[in-house]
Design a protein around this ligand. Structure first.
Ligand code: UGA
Length: 432
């Protein structure tokens, strides 16, 4: 099947590669010329494990090609919209790019199309896109049949291709039998994972899923604060909770709060969707509040424990919002660096992938190419992202380099047997 994917960001590139690997002929469309040039050379503008290698294979076999022009949709019967929906100032999803693409599709399409919205969009966006395309077709005085359906994505950064190729479910919001048939053909290799529903249900499922996962995390984080007060250990508590299949262990890892380009944005957007519908989503508001205060709570502990931060050297290990990505968007590390610098601490930092992006925001931090170099002469160490090379670093060697052997483990990941001689402060656990 010939598929056009519009928007070569995280979702668009990953979906293009996944569809290409499933044997479809993929046309990636992107307005940024530089991005197109780099993709055509097999180079991704983002770091995503394994994706670049597969992209190169598909380029060699000519299974994938890229274009700057929307008219490339005319070689395809299926058109996927995968452009960004960033947060606008009030938290609502900004649909500017989706609307622009819809109008371009309306201006350029020459034959029948199934238009699939992959971007994360508020409930009712399918109707908005339909209206825009209808309007453009009317303007052109042509009558070309098309259908708008919803097919949100659930892939995680850092394991994007793996998730796209092994989905738990593929949610498809569509009602016509012809659209269902086309989507069954598109996702033939995951046929048992398809869940058909209405467009509006599908649009809401995406936000609800992210908001629910964020809720689990904030629940664990608030419980962590309680655990410290009552002498419990959050890791053991959530482990015991998760053994109940109805609860499950995933996304109950307490830490310094969720970040990234999705959870913060999508919880805000769902709150706004609720507001517009007259629903005061109090639970979700609390989830957001816990997340907003979690880093601050953690940093207060750091500041009180080491009795002030001014002129102390603090090593921050991990800068990306989670491991296996170079993405620092909404990373808790941003707030950590900001707080430490504001308190006049001397800050050194290490991250295997996130340094170039962080350097642009905080040029005054000393960045190291190695975690052991970053901790040299430190008065305290903060672990902010659980990169394997940080978790498994030589903590004995680090002990010999620091001034004070104090570790604040923001992700509760370093095993105690590696930390002989260290004072350890986790999240919701305090072991010395
Ligand atoms: C998230 C969802 O997991 C995907 O299903 C969804 O497709 C994606 O958003 C999206 O909407 O595009 P992602 O933002 O890549 O994926 O990252 P996650 O692995 O979900 O982690 C999000 C944040 O939660 C990270 O900061 C992570 O450190 C934090 N987290 C995660 C915790 O603090 N505790 C946990 O137990 C799990």
């Amino acid at each position: 099947m010939n598929v056009a994917v519009i928007g070569m960001g995280y979702v668009g590139t990953t979906m293009s590669v996944a569809l290409g690997l499933d044997g479809h002929q993929v046309f990636g469309i992107e307005k940024d010329k530089k991005k197109i040039q780099s993709l055509e050379q097999g180079s991704l503008p983002i770091y995503e494990d394994g994706l670049e290698e597969k992209l190169r294979e598909l380029l060699l076999s000519k299974q994938i090609s890229f274009s700057q022009y929307i008219s490339a949709i005319n070689s395809c019967s299926v058109v996927m919209i995968a452009v960004g929906t960033p947060a606008s100032e009030d938290g609502r999803a900004d649909l500017t790019y989706v609307k622009k693409v819809a109008s371009q599709i309306g201006k350029h399409m020459k034959s029948e199309k199934l238009i699939v919205i992959k971007s994360t969009v508020p409930v009712g966006t399918g109707d908005v896109v339909k209206q825009i395309i209808d309007q453009e077709l009317r303007r052109r005085g042509v009558d070309i049949p098309f259908e708008i359906i919803s097919n949100p994505e659930f892939l995680r950064e850092g394991r994007a291709l793996q998730d796209a190729r092994n989905p738990d479910r593929i949610v498809i919001g569509c009602t016509s039998s012809s659209a269902k048939k086309t989507m069954e053909a598109l996702y033939q290799s995951h046929i048992d994972k398809l869940y058909f529903t209405t467009v509006r249900n599908s649009e809401l499922i995406k936000y609800a899923s992210n908001a629910f996962l964020a809720t689990k995390i904030s629940f664990a984080n608030e419980l962590a604060r309680l655990s410290e007060k009552v002498g419990a250990n959050i890791t053991d508590v959530t482990k015991g909770m998760g053994m109940d299949n109805r609860i499950g262990t995933q996304f109950l890892q307490a830490g310094i709060g969720y970040g990234g380009s999705c959870f913060p944005k999508d919880t805000d957007a769902l709150l706004q969707i609720g507001k517009d519908a007259g629903i005061d989503f109090t639970l979700l508001q609390a989830v957001k509040n816990v997340n907003d205060t979690q880093v601050k709570w953690f940093l207060n502990k750091v500041e009180t424990t080491i009795e002030g931060l001014a002129n102390k050297k603090i090593a921050v290990l991990g800068l990306t919002f989670k491991p296996h990505t170079d993405d620092i968007r909404e990373s808790p590390a941003i707030r950590i660096l900001d707080f430490l610098l504001h308190k006049k601490a001397r800050v050194s930092a290490y991250d295997p992938k996130g340094i170039p992006a962080m350097q642009r925001i905080f040029p005054d931090v000393t960045y190291s190419a190695d975690p052991l170099e970053a901790v040299d002469q430190a008065n305290a160490v903060i672990l902010a992202t659980e990169w394997p090379d940080i978790v498994k670093m030589d903590w004995d060697m680090a002990l010999r380099k620091v001034v004070n052997p104090i570790l604040f483990d923001g992700r509760n990941v370093v095993e105690s047997h590696l930390l002989r001689g260290w004072d350890y402060y986790g999240v919701g656990v305090c072991v010395s």
